[in-house]
Write a protein that binds this ligand. Sequence first.
Ligand code: CU
Length: 751
Amino acid sequence: MSEKASGDPFGSEQLSRRRLLLAGCLGAASITALNGLISPQRAAASVLQPQTPLPGAKIPKYVTALPTFGGNRVDASSMTTSFVEFAQHVLPPSMYPDAYSDGTWVWGYQVADRPASWPGCTVEAREGRPTTVRYVNKLPGVDAGSRVAPLLTVDQTLHWADPLNQMGSFEPYRGPIPAVAHLHGGEVPSTVDGGPQAWFTSAGQRGSGYATSDPAAPNEAVYRYPNAQPAATLWFHDHALGVTRLNVFGGLAAFYLVRDRYDTGRSDNPLRLPADPYEIELAIQDRQFDTNGQLLFPDGSNPAADLVIPPQNPHAHPFWISTYLGDAMVVNGRTWPVLTVEPRRYRFRFLNGCNARYLSMSLTDAPNADWPNAPSAVPFWQIGTDSGLLDAPAELNTPGQANALPLNLAPAERADVIIDFSGLAGTSLILTNTAAHSFPVGPPPNPSLDGQLMRIDVTLPLSGRDTTYDPATGAPLRGGPGRPAPIVRLADPGSGQVAPDVRVHANRQLVLNEQDTAPCAVPPDGNCGTLIALVNNSLWTGLRAGTTTPIEGSRRDRYGQGLWLTEQPRVGATEIWEILNTSDFAHPIHLHLVSFQVLNRQGIKVNDYLDAWAAEFPGGTYEGQLCDGTLGEVVYQPGTVIPGYGPPRDYLTPNADGALGGNPAFSRFLTGPVLPPDPSEAGWKDTVNTNPGQVTRVIARWAPSTTEVAAVVPGENRYPFDPTEGPGYVWHCHIIDHEDNEMMRPYAPTP
Ligand SMILES: [Cu+2]
């Protein structure tokens, strides 16, 4: 948490801010805006540029073709990828006034010699062949004439990249844009992980975690990715500290498909998986637009633009909102596009690229699309998770089966899915979304607005017999000739238990907690909204809130970034991380470097646990939210939670369950059965959904996913690089609004 600057330059807006806060407390009422009851538009001054929201319902659906990347992916061992600003027809062309006929100004990746696009052109990597990328930051800031930066108000009261040393200011930022590309799901050295402090700007400022594989110009970093991992659906996206939500919202995201000798991407691949033009990436994101067709990210300056909530604690953070939800659904950079297909099998790489929105997807006949929970028209056969192929396909969306699972994806999760359109010739299908806002307890999406994502018309003639792999036969994807080896099992997904012969070297019990507005803070009538959400009650730095005291049991990072590390697994070790979500909402948790397996989930008596947890805090004076809503020194009584203190106990002393993490043992508060992972989670993953009121257990090993169980011991490094060197890695919530406000921790493996 950063220190608040003295004086509030927006003091003249106190009254309207107060009104905003009160409106924000009527959570259910404000959320109805997404259900079509958008309040009358008001002309209001915006912080940097006035914008009038364009209701998503006014955007015509299904008039634009889905852009695809097949035949145009970049399959090269070295390339230059620039971060650039450009215009793209995200909306149907008729939606743009003359002055904006070029389209929506966005940020995106310009990969190799391909034109810049949002999402960027897909990179195709091959196992065993490193990819060297020279990343070049060409993004202009507000003062350099950017047409995007004025729409993405940087909140400088968050702990953020801060190239001009203005942290704590209540003024919006106007300088060069800090950015850095993270390869999500990549088993890579930390020097090329693209972590939060590895950012660099077009003007040559650099963060304290910056590194480059080769000499680079001031606005560049060169990353050499080893690609020593099997085929998987990876993606790369921005990760700059405190502005990731804005940079990704601006458009900095793209697919990175790892291929191997089984999943080659060619039509003669040994697995007979559908290949071009029958393999299609789908990056699903939600956005809001203004009446000029430009991006709109609410910053509290125009109440008519607040689809969910205004900034809930404007005296602490003037522009930050805890949950971004847009009212326009975008697939591959187009609102509600159309894909025409042949009546045959297709392979789709689904990515939930939303800032905060969960997705629960199925395909329904177009005439039914406006119904809530419209029936599924065709099964989804999931063949792969975040980090590669499943052993066998998992059937989702079985038509006629009321309890069939939809395709659930939390932000940043991916799914590799085969859909068979044979027998559906001539039909029109809508990809629907039924995931609640503020998952899982918020209101459902509007079936005719954010409940629809894209349309698929089965209108192309069949161009030849479909001889591809048929998942409906249940034939295995792994094991046997022409197929990759079965998944190395750390967990048995059927029982939810640790797999035989797996030795667990450490267990961590970690608490996700959310602090709402202090009870006495403005408005005086009760809690209003999220002030901060944390992993293990710890700030990004590992220093206790407002102090220079590190968390007990932490150690200083060796790269000089001013960070204090708590999670320090030994390289080669296997660990169970039990993540207890004490908040009211689900959070997707992502670990860098390693893939893991979901062990199980289990209910816990959250309130009882929180009482026991709070009782262990010692009291004292730390930075927190004062009664006037500002941040300042707060005196905490013993037995009350001190947000940002870290866990109440020494991190490294095992608790009664033998678990590290500095928290009282979970076991005596557990309730209900141990729930094995969903069939769609039965493979390697790098991001896992943690439901509120549950302990989510994952089992991770600091070794490549292909290393056999018996082939590695703690202290042994099986990576083709040293993961204990460099600026280190992070683990964090992938609701990037949370990640940007402290819900992230550095971590590093130790030798
Ligand atoms: Cu979160």
